[in-house]
Design a protein. Structure first.
Ligand SMILES: Cc1cc2nc3c(=O)[nH]c(=O)nc-3n(C[C@H](O)[C@H](O)[C@H](O)COP(=O)(O)OP(=O)(O)OC[C@H]3O[C@@H](n4cnc5c(N)ncnc54)[C@H](O)[C@@H]3O)c2cc1C
Length: 510
């Protein structure tokens, strides 16, 4: 079959990183085709609907969205900000950290609110609280693109030692107060905080962005993906769903000429960008095409843990809508429980009442996230199930899920004694769901685990050794909607004038 069209770019995967890269390139005059394996675009932005409730699978709130902040400006440049349906979380409490004794502590939006409220609760710890916030800001200043700057001052690449600071060790060095430590790092599930590996810079980039504007997406995060596709089409970009790329053809000098999908279709381009996990990218684009040292390093990198998600649809007007997130800890050692699946599981619940356009007073649904590893469901590791390729997992799997749901309900009842009576229906997903739908190894929440003991080794470059293959998405700089969006610009700067684009983004400051 003769292939007519050769695109400037083919992007494999329609996660936020893939779609943002596609819009940036199309907006700058390139012809772009996005190939997505799923029925629904968006990767972790996908939603599903049950009992007339929309459930987010991967995005519950986003930061950096106050006017003039980094994600605000990037979304303005991408053309989507003005159409987003956003709800600002409570200014004096976007995250509530609850300790095992039931006492709760707020994270306020804006550094003034964040510090003053904690100092009020821990007056003797004033210095530690100020030091923590000062350090977050200091570290963020080393990341030029995060601040939408060109990068001619102090940067992390000139000062790589800042990547070697451990978050847990740092917080331990500024205070002996165990409760305060757990409060400062209490939103750990946002970045899968781990005492032995999580770098302070990951905590800084993420917490700083939420302190500077935390928002929920009303009626679900898939609106981001839909709006990006609208923009892509405006610039004549194309997107095809149900196109699972499974191999690539090569021409001279190790250049990729086309990709082939499982349905046998083939698409040609000059350049290819993979939004897939780097390890999967190597498998699909051909292990033998990558230098063994690179291949081994990337494929041996550890991934962040996965999670169990429990989704409740609720009876009408039975449970309040909380305009903040709750990190409910059942152990004071809040970061030590990430790999513990003992009888005390779960140690931490992330609790969210999604923002619905129907009510701001009552929640129509409740979403719970808690850590779970693929090995907890290894019995079913060889089964695969997606909307496109449905396959029933067995009764034992359903029982496993029911048992876990019951454990979660019991935990919730310790905080909300009447909770059971509010439930209409319960649904859940396991690490297998993330593995199958998004393609992250082990169903990992946030991709490759950054490690302060090996910061360079756990960093992924957007360029690969295959001359016309590039990477984008959450593994490039850091994860999350903000991180993957920044990553998409990093990828595009291989082809576009960085200074010009940053200046254009900065036109949206006001
Ligand atoms: C449970 C959970 C909760 C989260 N909560 C938040 C939050 O509240 N706030 C926040 O900012 N971030 C959150 N995140 C993180 C955030 O969602 C991710 O970091 C981000 O969406 C990842 O984007 P990405 O561009 O790397 O691509 P991904 O979303 O990983 O998408 C990759 C895409 O590639 C496609 N693909 C894979 N293989 C192929 C193939 N062979 N052919 C074609 N297509 C393929 C997949 O189908 C998918 O669409 C959460 C993540 C999870 C899992």
């Amino acid at each position: 079959m003769k292939l007519e069209k050769q695109y400037d770019f083919i992007i494999v995967g329609s996660g936020i990183g893939g779609l943002s890269s596609a819009v940036v390139l199309a907006k700058n005059g390139y012809s772009v085709l996005v190939l997505e394996k799923n029925n629904q675009i968006g990767g972790a932005l996908q939603v599903f609907s049950r009992d007339k409730c929309i459930f987010d699978t991967g995005v519950h709130y986003i930061g950096g969205l106050d006017k003039g902040e980094n994600l605000y400006r990037m979304f303005k440049y991408l053309g989507i900000y003005d159409s987003l349906k956003l709800r600002s979380l409570d200014r004096d409490c976007f995250d509530l950290i609850r300790m095992p004794d039931g006492n709760s502590y707020p994270h306020g939006q804006g550094y003034e609110s964040f510090t003053s409220q904690l100092i009020h609760l821990f007056p003797a710890e004033e210095n530690a609280i100020y030091s923590f916030c000062k350090k977050l800001k200091e570290i963020c200043a080393f990341f030029p693109l995060y601040n939408l700057e060109i990068g001619d001052g102090q940067t992390y690449y000139n000062n790589p030692e800042i990547l070697s600071l451990g978050a847990w060790d740092y917080v331990n060095s500024i205070t002996n107060n165990q409760t305060l430590r757990s409060i400062l790092l209490g939103s750990g599930p946002l970045y899968a905080g781990d005492q032995q590996s999580t770098p302070l810079y990951v905590v800084a980039l993420i917490m700083n962005s939420y302190i500077k504007g935390s928002y929920r997406l009303v009626d679900g995060g898939s609106q981001i993906a839909k709006l990006l596709v609208r923009e892509l089409r405006k610039y004549n970009g194309e997107i095809l769903k149900r196109k699972e790329v499974n191999s690539a053809n090569y021409g001279d000098n190790n250049h990729i000429t086309s990709v082939v999908c499982t349905d046998g279709t083939e698409y040609r381009a000059k350049n290819f960008i993979s939004n897939m996990h780097p390890s999967l990218t190597i498998d699909i684009f051909g292990k033998e095409k990558f230098r063994p040292a690179y291949r081994d390093r990337v494929q041996k990198l550890e991934n962040t843990t996965s999670s169990l998600m429990v989704y409740f649809s609720l009876k009408e007007n039975s449970f309040p809508y909380y305009n903040y997130n709750i990190y409910d800890h059942f152990s004071y050692d809040c970061w030590n429980s990430i790999n513990d699946n003992s009888e005390n599981w779960p140690h931490t619940l992330y609790v969210c009442t999604p923002a619905s356009s129907k009510s701001e007073e009552f929640a129509e649904s409740l979403c719970i996230m808690c850590y779970m590893n693929l090995k907890d469901v290894e019995e079913w590791e060889n089964t695969f199930n997606t909307t496109i390729n449905p396959s029933e997992r067995n009764a034992a799997y359903l029982k496993f899920k029911k048992d876990k749901e019951e454990q979660i309900i019991k935990r919730l009842e310790t905080r909300y004694p009447d909770f059971r009576s509010c439930i209409k229906n319960v649904y859940s997903s396991t690490p297998l769901t993330y593995r199958d739908y998004i393609g992250t190894p082990e169903g990992s929440l946030y991709g490759i685990k950054k490690d302060f003991n090996n910061p360079i080794g756990t960093t992924i470059n957007s360029k690969t050794r295959v001359p016309n293959l590039y990477l984008t998405g959450q593994n490039i700089i850091f994860h999350g909607i903000l991180g993957a969006t920044i990553g998409s610009f990093v990828t595009c700067f291989n082809f576009l004038n960085q200074i010009e684009i940053i200046n254009k983004i900065n036109d949206y400051e006001k």
